[in-house]
Design a protein around this ligand. Sequence first.
Ligand code: AMP
Length: 216
Amino acid sequence: MKIVLLGPPGAGKGTQAQRLQESFGLKHLSTGDMLRAEVASSSPIGTQAKAIMERGELVPDQILIDMIAEPTKQPDAARGILLDGFPRTVAQAEALDRMLAGRGQKLDRVIQLVVDNDAMVERIAGRYACAKCAAGYHDTNRKPKTAGVCDSCGGSQFVRRPDDKPETARTRLEAYDRQTAPLLPYYKSRGVLSEVDGMAAIDEVTRRIGTLLKAA
Ligand code: AMP
């Protein structure tokens, strides 16, 4: 099963992907996480991507296309993949289609998390994660059960992404509208697009996506 989660920054793609990968045995591939790992290791790609990511702009297509090729053909991707944050441009979507076709595969479903873009800056600016296990939290919507202690691993250190600042979040939302939203008609015309209300409660969004995946 090959699934793409689509939606603007803050729509909940990462949160949903983390939940769904376990229940459906899918390999979760977040290109944002992969790029952040490149930045953290100061690799040549990371060095090139760092300033672009800090500005909230998109990293060049070819870097992403090359980055996704290898992990999607590893044995742990055999049961399926859940792409989160890729593709983000029509050029990336076309390259993904060509790559899968070359392997005799295709995308099964593209799930669009439909959200109110105006609410996203607040969602993005309030989010943070456990430094140890990466469990996600939010200043108002999703606090740890005990203040300052991670529900999942008991860790007490938390981190915020540098590109989650309100100004950068706005640039990222603009990049989504300009460069990523054209993927909606692209996938709709191919008959693989499904919409899910991303403003519903987290559990409800997971349940609705799960229903779509069972039918895929
Ligand atoms: P994310 O964690 O998905 O919000 O991605 C964080 C940042 O990484 C984005 O704002 C972009 O700068 C970069 N990035 C992640 N995925 C892609 C992609 N598919 N194409 C271009 N840039 C990307």
